[in-house]
Design a protein around this ligand. Structure first.
Ligand SMILES: *Cc1c(COP(=O)(O)O)cnc(C)c1O
Length: 387
């Protein structure tokens, strides 16, 4: 990361050009939407590299190349959703294998692990990964995978990716980082020793709240071959039009992320001055836990912010999240428009309340995905909603 630490965003060109090759038949600058299920073969097994669109599609290939490039990987696989990408990673495992996962992560990931895969005999441990010693303590000879998110959703906890990969490597444990919150523009886990990067491309990669998609990026060919086999066999592939949309989104990722970071900083600082707000979670604050690690492994702090209200009355909370005018009440994040969300009843409702509270996720927590609107308009909107 050394050349990218001091906010020198030298790689902007790659977001515009990654994975793109003019169409060989027409010169079309954008990769066409190859809306086809199959491909004509001149004789059995003689074809132009594609035989069936579950196995591969040229629009998807262009996006795979783009995702591999912007995450500093060699290979990428695109899935029909973020959780489908996660699902494929867990299918690398077999009964008896153990996974160490974060105790503060996307609710749907927790649901997939606990409600689907546990019953197939995979064992999941949940650790507070802010301190990598908590991960070290859980490692044994059955540990096959460490799954982490940083910054975490929704408490914005920072996990030291390099410290975790150092623990994993001697034990041949795969480390997969859900990099959805940071996006490749702010953080590249493969450079820090991770084996797989996962994205819900639904969020910042697409950036326009118009598609559901996921991706995995890696450097290792055997790992890629295994995951490709799982994808082809289980079939959670995206359609070509959705691939086209994400390809288009990536072209402006750097510009959008710059504005998300700029607005995020302004709104986080504003919220700290508001007397209705008890606590603000944003990794850019110098007193945020593990801020120094965030500074080391990220190039900016993003536009995701959570905050707690002083007044814990649920009616007051409901009133506030329902009364913003520019900021929409909705699940999801990472789009150009700002969103407000109540994790306890919306994105994280699938985590039992007792678990949530134990992990520090209070009922009075509100999460913001700060978009790329004018920061002053967003502040005014929050001001009127907070009352
Ligand atoms: C949204 C999200 C997911 C799940 O992705 P989908 O595209 O909704 O399936 C996983 N991890 C994080 C951090 C997310 O925000």
């Amino acid at each position: 990361m050394s050349d990218s630490n001091n906010n020198s965003f030298k790689g902007d060109t790659k977001y515009v050009h990654a994975g793109m090759q003019p169409d060989p038949t027409t010169g079309a600058i954008m990769t066409p939407i190859y809306q086809t299920s199959t491909y004509i073969q001149s004789s059995p097994e003689v074809h132009k590299g594609y035989d069936y669109s579950r196995a591969g599609n040229p629009t998807r290939t262009a996006l795979e190349n783009a995702c591999a490039e912007i995450e500093n990987g060699k290979y990428a696989l695109i899935f029909s959703s973020g959780v489908a990408a996660t699902d494929a990673v867990i299918k690398l495992l077999k009964p008896g294998d153990e996974v160490i996962a974060a105790n503060d992560m996307y609710g749907g990931t927790y649901r997939l692990f606990s409600k689907i895969f546990e019953k197939f005999g995979v064992k999941f441990w949940y650790a507070d990964m802010k301190d990598s010693n908590n991960v070290a303590k859980l490692i044994n000879q059955n540990t096959k995978l460490i799954w982490l998110e940083t910054p975490t959703n929704p408490l914005m906890n920072i996990v030291d990716i390099a410290a975790i990969t150092k623990l994993a490597q001697p034990n041949k444990i795969i480390v997969c980082v859900d990099n959805t919150f940071a996006s490749p523009y702010l953080q590249n886990p493969l450079d820090l020793g991770a084996d797989i990067v996962m994205h819900s491309s639904t969020k910042y990669l697409s950036g326009h709240s118009d598609v559901i998609q996921g991706c995995l990026v890696m450097k290792d060919k055997p790992l890629y071959d295994d995951l490709y086999f799982i994808q082809k066999t289980s079939g959670a592939v995206p359609g070509p039009f959705d691939c086209f949309l994400v390809l288009r989104g990536i072209k402006t990722l750097h510009v959008r992320m710059q504005k998300h970071c700029e607005n995020g900083e302004k709104i986080a600082n504003y919220l700290r001055t508001n007397n209705k707000v008890a606590k603000v979670y944003w990794p850019g604050f110098e007193d945020h836990p593990n801020h120094a690690i965030a500074k080391k492994q990220m190039r900016g702090f993003g536009g995701m912010i959570s905050f707690e209200l002083i007044d814990e009355n649920p009616e007051e909370l409901k009133r506030i999240v329902s009364s913003t005018k520019i900021i929409s009440l909705a699940e999801s994040l990472g789009g150009v428009e700002s969103l407000i969300n109540h994790p306890a009843t919306m994105t994280h409702a699938s985590i039992p309340r007792e678990e949530r509270i134990k992990n520090g996720l209070k009922d009075s927590l509100i999460r913001l995905s700060i978009g790329i609107e004018d920061a002053d308009d967003l502040m005014k909107d929050l001001q009127q909603a907070l009352g």
